[in-house]
Design a protein around this ligand. Structure first.
Ligand code: NAP
Length: 210
């Protein structure tokens, strides 16, 4: 399918090439098409990848991954054209710059705030509880990392489930979009463990069951 990825940083540069390797066409929305970072990501993405402006990339695909920092999200969304009918994949963690906690002013989660800023779109919270290292390689021995997602639209969740399977991660439906507040809190726990607990980024959450 056609996927737009806004941002070519750690997340965009991890997920884009992997989805392209699965046959998806990935168009990156970037500020500087000629930058070294964009060139490297395009090289990793191969023939299924291209880069254009953020606005054109968002217009070109039915599914848009927001792989940008929280503090620019509102202005980036406002700069896009109509988003009616689009699926917005929100992996954004509204983390304070010193990693000491979440930073939210008006809504209980970034995902719900994004849904309010982009009313015509369907927002799915996804990919925010896994590190970029896990996005590149989600295998831990015989186990797959778990990727939690939540949202209010079953068809859009089906798309995200398949995109997760394409990444070799285990998809777990975490319920309605209002549960994004818990997924964002989980990311804070992950960041605490990775940065202050000495775990680093080569670890992942895993649901187990019997
Ligand atoms: N890294 C992780 O392990 C991880 C895991 C889960 C979720 N996340 C979330 O994913 C998001 C991206 O994180 P990241 O680690 O990939 O960040 P990053 O490496 O800093 O990359 C950020 C990307 O956003 C772009 N960007 C910044 N401001 C922009 C603007 N105003 N308009 C358009 N593009 C803009 C940057 O482009 P330029 O090169 O032009 O600056 C860059 O490509 C964050 O919200 C983060 O919370 C990260």
């Amino acid at each position: 399918m056609d996927l737009a990825i806004l941002g070519t940083g750690r997340v965009g540069g991890a997920l884009g090439p992997r989805w392209a390797a699965k046959g998806h066409r990935v168009v990156y929305g970037v500020r500087e098409a000629g930058s070294e970072e964009v060139r490297k990501v395009l090289e990793k993405t191969g023939a299924n990848g291209s880069a254009t402006t953020v606005r054109e990339a968002a217009a070109a695909a039915p599914v848009i991954l927001l792989a940008i920092p929280w503090n620019v999200t509102r202005e980036v969304l406002a700069s896009l054209g109509p988003l009616d009918g689009k699926i917005l994949l929100d992996c954004i963690n509204p983390i304070k710059p010193d990693f000491s906690g979440l930073s939210l002013d008006e809504a209980p989660s970034a995902a719900e705030q994004i849904a309010a800023w982009a009313p015509g779109a369907t927002v799915i919270k996804a990919f925010n509880t896994v590190s970029d290292a896990t996005m590149v390689n989600p295998r831990y021995g015989p186990q797959q990392a778990t990727m939690f997602f939540c949202g209010d639209d079953e068809a859009a969740k089906g798309v995200v489930r398949q995109l997760t399977i394409d990444l070799d991660m285990e998809p777990v439906d975490a319920g309605p979009l209002k549960n994004a507040r818990y997924l964002e809190a989980m990311s804070m726990l992950y960041i605490h463990l990775a940065i202050f607990g000495g775990w680093g980024g080569e670890c992942a959450f895993k649901m187990v069951k019997r």
